[in-house]
Ligand binder design. Structure first.
Ligand code: NAP
Ligand code: 8YV
Length: 312
């Protein structure tokens, strides 16, 4: 008898194939009556496979009395009710590290795109505008100061790439990392005041909700640019939109938003923003590695072996 698992949403074909071969999979998102599916399978389902978007709410965790573990695709697990996992003794795994390079690469790509106005230049050439005259001069990353909010696994890769661009790197987090060569700011507003670029790459938690507040954005100012590759919840989005519109903030490159996939309408019409549809880890190589980790964590659990990347 294969163990029974609940899959919360669609996953990559190679992940689904691996799950189907090892487990009896119940496809939650396809169920006409989800409550009935939970009631019918609840006493047998031992694991959940899910993604960063679908997560796993408390109601599902509590409807599965035999639930032992949740294997989540993505390093951020803000959509999983971690408190409910702890209360009910449910293990949780995520997919850290394998995506560091891809996310860091996108962060730098967004910065260059915003600074050198690559999207606008591309449109100009396509529309024949180059024939009318030279393209206006732009800013440059070289020599600029960048502050990283969240010098963790991905933040460190972003910092290394910024150094390669000969930017001057600082960071903010809850504690100083004395072995890192970058300047530490205990105060995020002070860091925002001192840098031209603020890159957000801390997790979406209750503590970080709105951490990039209006005050932080004001400190960044009309010459400053915000880059968010973390979660939309970290930024005061209404303040961000208003300040980009008025010019109180110089620019923004955004991969994540408060209410994805819906993006504030105003942003679509602004010239000082670069928009990306949550693409940080979205390369074939990285997504394959993330999917493999989801499968391997489940396999380790059912083999009684240590989990590869436990959160809880
Ligand atoms: P990580 O290694 O845990 O690093 C997180 C960093 O954030 C740590 O340096 C931590 O430093 C800092 N931090 C945590 N809470 C903080 C707080 N309250 N105030 C200030 N700093 C805080 O995580 P990671 O693997 O780098 O991933 C970071 C996040 O990126 C994920 O949680 C996810 O939401 C997001 N992400 C987005 C994409 C995308 O596609 N755009 C892809 C992957 C990940 P201290 O402990 O010193 O505070
Ligand atoms: C994923 C992410 O796109 O890992 C994360 O935290 O945000 C991205 O890598 C997302 O989790 C998809 O489920």
């Amino acid at each position: 008898m294969k163990p029974e698992i609940l899959q919360m949403g669609p996953m990559m074909p190679h992940v689904e194939a691996a799950l189907e071969s090892a487990y009896q999979v119940h496809r939650y998102w396809e169920a006409g009556d989800r409550a009935a599916l939970l009631a019918e399978t609840g006493a047998r389902v031992r694991a959940v496979a899910t993604g960063g978007d679908d997560g796993c709410p408390r109601a599902v965790i509590e409807a599965l009395p035999k639930l032992e573990m949740i294997s989540s695709f993505g390093v951020g697990y803000d959509a999983v009710d971690v408190a409910a996992c702890r209360e009910h003794g449910v293990r949780l795994t995520n997919t850290p590290d394998v995506l560091n390079d891809a996310v860091a690469e996108l962060a730098l790509g967004l910065m260059i795109a915003l600074c050198r106005r690559i999207p606008q230049a591309d449109v100009l050439v396509r529309e024949g505008g180059w024939l009318e005259g030279a393209y206006p001069l732009t800013g440059e990353l070289t020599g600029a100061r960048v502050g990283i909010l969240g010098l963790g696994r991905i933040g460190k890769e972003i910092a290394r790439r910024c150094q390669a661009f000969r930017m001057r790197v600082a960071y903010h987090g809850r504690s100083e990392q004395p072995y890192e060569p970058y300047e530490y700011y205990a105060d995020l507003v002070a860091m925002a005041r001192d840098v031209g670029w603020l890159v957000v790459i801390a997790p979406g938690t209750a503590e970080t909700r709105g951490i990039v507040s209006r005050r932080v954005l004001e400190a960044l100012g009309p010459e400053g640019c915000l880059v968010n590759v973390a979660r939309g919840s970290l930024v005061d989005e209404p303040a961000l939109v208003e300040m980009l519109q008025s010019g109180a903030l110089g620019g923004a490159a955004l991969d994540v938003f408060e209410d994805e996939p819906r993006v504030p309408e105003v942003l679509l019409g602004l010239d000082n923003v670069v928009l990306s549809p949550h693409q940080g880890s979205a390369t074939m190589k990285t997504r394959a590695a993330m999917g493999n980790l989801v499968v391997k964590n489940l396999a380790a659990h059912f083999a009684g072996k240590p989990l590869l990347s436990p959160v809880v």
